[in-house]
Design a protein around this ligand. Structure first.
Ligand code: GLN
Length: 533
């Protein structure tokens, strides 16, 4: 295999410029030129992973097939590239320090003083190069979290500087993303923040190779030329990234601007072929020209921050395109649903999704939403806690198990229809200890799930501690709630369906993590289809 090339994406001026989307878009373009690409995220926080973070802090926690709890940007990477990421794609300062400190305790540093440079930077570089040494990729794209100038991202920036020197300037480039604000008072786009941000990067010893300028309004050539001149970057390597209506449009905009061309040239990559984005274009075409429209309610307790449900929302985008259907999402706060207002809050919805979650806040509203969907024959998808709520609801109102509950909510319940998994009982630490990542599930033929997947064996990603209590399996089965998906090793119930209902499924796993633009998740596709009829 030819030499692996490294692309680093840094951000300046402000956070939230969409570095993840720009990284994913660039990677998509390089992939469409026939290179094999992966994207890694380096996050400067001290948490080992975002698994212990409240979604209000950091949005959704995304889970990889091999069980890493990661930043939601990894979801974008998979949704754009259609290639799974892994533990190695997600690095945090916490992980770096943990490794270095463990080595120090073992005596691996042979009496040396352990310091940020070289020990922390060496560990960072090792994690970056590890992906390159896997022999699977031509290009490793590494997104550096945070903004240039932050104290906490300094060791990462210094590692990039060293890598550029060690690996050679043609093998290692930096794409810097900044903001060009538009001042409506004067009607001008201003380049000064970008100039300052590049200066800040230069102070750390890094000359960016490519600049991507986020802007509300299209920029004229004069502005781009000015940025090129003052930031020491070739003119064709100054790319504008103007606001678009959907993130899936960004690769096309970057293509028009020649971002891929500039990167291929800087890396001296042999040109394989021109970008082939025919499937991507077909997806966009369907997305932008829907033939019908439906309204789906997402019932959850973090609805004030839609980033907490990022993968679910994107799964609806993919499934909507697959069904040529526009999906309007109505966010419903589960704490605002009660016995007397359920019908008025949920009326008019074509489908109801009850979201995953932890703890008791808002749980009764989720249970009421599941009841409403069951009784009114409204398509329903319950994910993880959402599935558990559907089970609790069925136990209480159909099986007449008064006070049935999950032991997560009420550990004294007489009917623990959802109970803690045996192997979880001895767990003490909260970080990284759930049942995480891909597990098999065998699906019953004739079920809606089988119809959707078209196969009896699937692997789906998980993130939970509680499970369906198999002690009650027969009660549920006899009354019409069918366990149609089971883990073959443990017997754990993975999917439940309601017989005689239009479309009602609860899944213990997270289908949303594996839906991509070109590979929409079968369950979401089937759920949306049911919402349209
Ligand atoms: N709190 C539930 C459990 O741990 C559900 C988790 C989830 O929705 N991800 O089993």
């Amino acid at each position: 295999m030819a030499e692996v090339k490294y692309v680093f994406v840094t951000g300046g001026v402000t956070s939230s410029l969409g570095k993840g989307i720009v990284s994913a878009s660039l990677a998509k373009l390089l992939q469409s030129r026939g290179y094999s690409v992966t994207i890694q995220k380096l996050d400067p926080y001290i948490n080992i992973d975002p698994g212990t973070l409240n979604p209000y802090e950091h949005g959704e926690c995304y889970v990889t097939l091999d069980g890493a709890e990661t930043d939601l940007d990894l979801g974008h990477y998979e949704r754009f590239l259609n290639v799974p990421t892994s533990q190695a794609n997600s690095v945090t300062t916490g992980k770096i320090y943990q490794t270095v400190i463990n080595k120090e305790r073992k005596g691996d540093y042979l009496g040396k003083t352990v310091q940020v440079i070289p020990h922390i930077t060496d560990e960072i570089k090792k994690r970056i190069k590890q992906l390159g040494q896997s022999n699977k990729f031509d290009i490793i794209l590494t997104e550096i979290g945070g903004t240039v100038g932050d104290i906490e991202s300094l060791p990462y920036i210094e590692s990039v500087r060293q890598l550029k020197w060690e690996l050679g300037y043609q093998n290692c480039i930096v794409v810097h993303l900044t903001l060009v604000p538009f001042l409506s008072a004067t009607g001008e786009s201003k380049t000064k923040p970008t100039q300052h941000s590049v200066k800040e990067l230069l102070e750390t010893g890094i000359q960016p190779d490519v600049l991507v300028l986020r802007t509300e309004k299209p920029l004229n050539t004069d502005i781009k030329r000015k940025v090129a001149l003052f930031c020491n970057v070739e003119e064709n390597a100054v790319i504008e990234s103007v606001d678009v209506s959907t993130i899936y449009e960004v690769p096309m905009k970057m293509l028009e601007q020649g971002l891929d061309k500039a990167v291929v040239k800087k890396l001296a990559l042999p040109v394989k072929h021109e970008p082939d984005l025919s499937e991507w274009r077909a997806f966009l075409d369907k997305l932008k020209n829907p033939k019908h429209s439906v309204t789906v309610g997402i019932v959850g307790k973090y609805v004030e921050l839609p980033d907490a449900y990022k993968s679910i929302i994107e799964s609806f985008v993919h499934a909507g395109a697959a069904n040529e259907c526009e999906i309007e999402i109505k966010y419903i706060h589960s704490e605002e649903i009660n016995e007397s207002n359920t019908a008025s809050v949920l009326q008019g919805l074509n489908g109801i999704l009850v979201a995953p979650g932890f703890g008791s806040r808002g749980i009764e509203g989720k249970i009421l939403a599941a009841r409403y969907a069951r009784e009114n024959n409204i398509p329903f998808l319950g994910i993880c806690l959402g599935m558990q709520c559907a089970v609790i609801e069925f136990a209480r109102n159909v099986l007449n198990f008064e006070g049935a509950d999950s032991t997560e909510i009420n550990h004294k319940t007489k009917y623990p229809v959802i109970d803690i998994m045996e192997e979880q009982k001895s767990v003490i630490n909260s970080g990284g200890t759930m049942r995480l990542g891909g597990y098999k599930c065998i699906i019953t033929k004739g079920s809606k799930a089988y119809e959707a997947y078209g196969t009896t064996e699937i692997v789906e990603r998980h993130r939970h501690r509680y499970e369906f209590n198999n002690k009650y399996l027969d009660d549920f089965r006899r009354h019409g709630m069918d366990p149609v998906g089971i883990n073959p090793e443990s017997g754990l119930v993975e999917i439940i369906e309601l017989t005689g209902h239009k479309w009602f499924a609860g899944v213990q796993f997270h289908p949303e993590y594996s839906s991509t633009a070109l590979n929409p998740h079968p369950l979401f596709v089937s759920f949306v289809k049911a919402c349209t009829v």
